[in-house]
Design a protein around this ligand. Structure first.
Ligand code: PRX
Length: 632
């Protein structure tokens, strides 16, 4: 974050008041009282929540805060899977559905809590048989199928650190993540299925492990029974094969509160992704608490989060949080538009979904397609609807509220990040909602909007979004890059700098505007400009490139790349498609530029740093701001 920022808020949005039935419906009760309770004694607040869960050994101290390093639930011992699975199996929830999965071809699988535990224990024992031990890193590169969830929980069961890589990432992106984490095992599927097409994952894995000496085995889940694929017979194992001839019981590994639970890579301002590290106890408590209190999840609810478990949203709000609460999680690999634009609403009707959590980009896509699709189906089972990943603009809020929520369901627009691990800002159910504003800090969390010196901005103006106190699910470090971790807490004095720009309303509600750094949020996914630039430069025809985000009404932003060619190359449509294909293979379809412009020069500072801000201003026809550092 280098640039000054000043936005004045036009306070015009009206409030939406929750329907009478929601006034006393939340677990947390009155927001203000809960927030006061937290502020009076934050440690007492969090320990009160942690006491709902099962611990092998209780903590000595709730928080040990040695700026910028936090330890939560010091010396406690636990296993998160004992809370997500065994705790329910011991209770009346044993035979209740934990996971209901729907495949593209209409296939449905239901796992009760007992069945899910049985599968997890068998797979965990299979991993153990291969020599996987506590602390070893395991990379999971799979589509949205129950086996992806089973693999994650099996790692957590034995204390192996999972690093889930979204199956839409390309070969180089996957290789980087495997090598940085030094993963011993890669778990994958032969194919993923999207819009009726089989996309081979195995070929991507095959190339990605070529220069990854840490990898000892690849475990393949085979969906395609007719055409078995082989990588290397001595190297590969079958997903269900490793579950044979193993004991049925796998006791949960005793984990220290601060033992790593997982690494999840997220794009940063440099060309290499950051391995955000989360630990066991704080993450468990934070995701349990927010799943239950933000969504107001009840025992009888069926809950659907449309994210992929490969993103943080899926980690926290498909897998760990809702299972810790004991909810029924619906998981589906169906995209919103296949076989038609009614499929998600049809699923809500069929499954009688009560709590639905999706992204603004999906909501805006549906808005474009019209009310006719959702209006074909009975959505009356919905009780709470949520949004995450990017700002939910007032128009999208109003459409979501009216057409999906039928002027009745509260919308929880949740602001948070891979780094925060849990939801941080929202409008808690029962509070008045203001379109365009995510809301206020969740009880347990303290946030503010500040200037670059860390001084709180006046209400009605903008600045940088920060978190002012440690919170249980916060990242503990960036894997093998602690300096990068410290930067989060050193950029703005005394607080965690989220990297987002925000405006503070006069009523204390926060409107998140977008990133303050070189990260572009495309359809809710973080893409580092530097990652796309280095992918482009790795093509033989490219000398230099600069990438910016251009606002888009559907996806939030689109990627535009400016490219300087090496001598001997000339711009052509063929070259443009080659470059696009190159980025697709290297990073994956989510990072592909929408537009490529060939240029002779790029605006740079005297020290040679590309000024993307200047390119963006020119592109959008706006004032570039201070250009005194621009090299003539
Ligand atoms: O810019 C913010 C945006 O997404 C970023 C975090 O991305 P990621 O780590 O991939 O996690 C996404 C899912 C939690 C944030 O820095 N963002 C996320 N939620 C919102 C949002 N922007 C505005 N409103 C939100 N509700």
């Amino acid at each position: 974050m280098t640039e000054d920022f000043d936005v004045k808020l036009v306070e015009h949005a009206k409030y939406y008041r929750p329907a009478a039935e929601y006034k006393n419906n939340s677990w947390i009760g009155d927001y203000k009282k809960a927030y006061d309770r937290f502020q009076k004694d934050p440690e007492l607040f969090w320990s009160g929540i942690a006491k709902d869960l099962e611990w092998i050994r209780p903590w000595d101290t709730v928080l040990d805060w040695n700026y910028p390093y936090a330890k939560w639930f010091v010396n406690a011992k636990l296993n998160i899977t004992a809370n997500c699975l065994d705790r329910h199996v011991k209770s009346d929830r044993r035979n209740k559905a934990a996971l209901i999965w729907r495949g593209e071809d209409g296939a449905e699988r239901v796992y009760t809590y007992q069945q899910l535990l049985t599968e997890v224990m068998r797979f965990a024992n299979g991993l153990k048989k291969l020599g996987v031990q506590k602390g070893d890193r395991v990379c999971i590169y799979m589509p949205m199928i129950p086996e992806q969830v089973i693999a994650m929980l099996a790692c957590a069961r034995i204390g192996a650190v999972h690093s889930v890589v979204f199956a839409g990432f390309g070969m180089t992106a996957l290789n980087m993540r495997i090598t940085d984490a030094e993963a011993k095992i890669v778990i994958t599927s032969d194919i993923s299925i999207r819009r009726g097409k089989a996309i081979p994952l195995i070929t991507i894995v095959q190339e990605a492990i070529d220069n990854a000496p840490s990898v000892e085995h690849v475990i393949i889940h085979r969906r395609r029974k007719d055409q078995p694929v082989t990588i290397r017979a001595d190297f590969e194992l079958d997903f269900y094969g490793i579950m044979e001839d193993v004991p049925a019981i796998c006791e949960p590994e005793v984990m220290d509160a601060e033992d790593p639970l997982f690494i999840l890579y997220t794009s940063g301002s440099t060309g290499t992704p950051k391995g955000v590290l989360h630990t066991c106890a704080g993450y468990m408590v934070g995701t349990y608490y927010t799943s239950k209190y933000v969504f107001d999840l009840k025992e009888r609810d069926i809950y659907w989060c449309t994210a992929d478990p490969g993103w943080i949203t899926g980690h926290s709000y498909i897998v760990y949080g809702p299972l810790a609460v004991g909810a029924t999680v619906f998981l589906s690999e169906l995209t919103p538009d296949y076989p038609d634009a009614g499929i998600w609403w049809k699923l809500i009707e069929e499954q009688r979904i009560n709590v639905f959590y999706t992204a603004p980009t999906a909501i805006r896509t549906f808005m474009k397609l019209g009310e006719v699709w959702p209006n074909k189906y009975d959505l009356s089972s919905l009780r709470v609807i949520g949004s995450v990943g990017e700002p939910l603009n007032p128009e999208a809020f109003e459409w979501y509220y009216k057409v999906i929520g039928k002027d009745r369901c509260p919308i929880v627009d949740t602001w948070w990040q891979t780094e925060t691990g849990m939801q941080m800002i929202t409008t808690m159910i029962g509070e008045p909602m203001r379109p365009g504003f995510a809301g206020k800090a969740i009880p347990g969390v303290e946030v503010d909007v500040v200037d670059k010196d860390g001084t709180s901005v006046r209400p009605g103006t903008g600045g940088f979004l920060v978190v002012k106190k440690p919170w249980p699910a916060m990242l503990r470090t960036v894997y093998k890059n602690d300096e990068r971790y410290r930067k989060y807490w050193e950029t703005i004095k005394g607080c965690y700098a989220a990297g987002d720009l925000a405006v503070k309303g006069k009523d204390g509600n926060i409107m998140v505007i977008g990133r303050a750094d070189d990260i572009i949020i495309v359809a809710g996914h973080n893409i580092g400009t530097a990652e796309v630039e280095s992918a482009l430069v790795s093509h033989h025809a490219v000398a230099e490139s600069a990438v910016i985000g251009k606002p888009d009404t559907l996806k939030g932003n689109l990627i535009k790349a400016f490219v300087i060619l090496r001598v001997g190359n000339t711009p052509s449509d063929k070259l443009t498609s080659d470059l696009i294909y190159h980025v697709r293979v290297t990073l994956g379809p989510i990072a592909v530029p929408h537009e490529i412009e060939y240029v002779d020069k790029l605006p740079k500072t005297r020290s040679g740093k590309i000024m993307r801000r200047v390119l963006k201003a020119k592109e959008l026809g706006i004032d570039p701001g201070d250009i005194s550092t621009l090299d003539e």
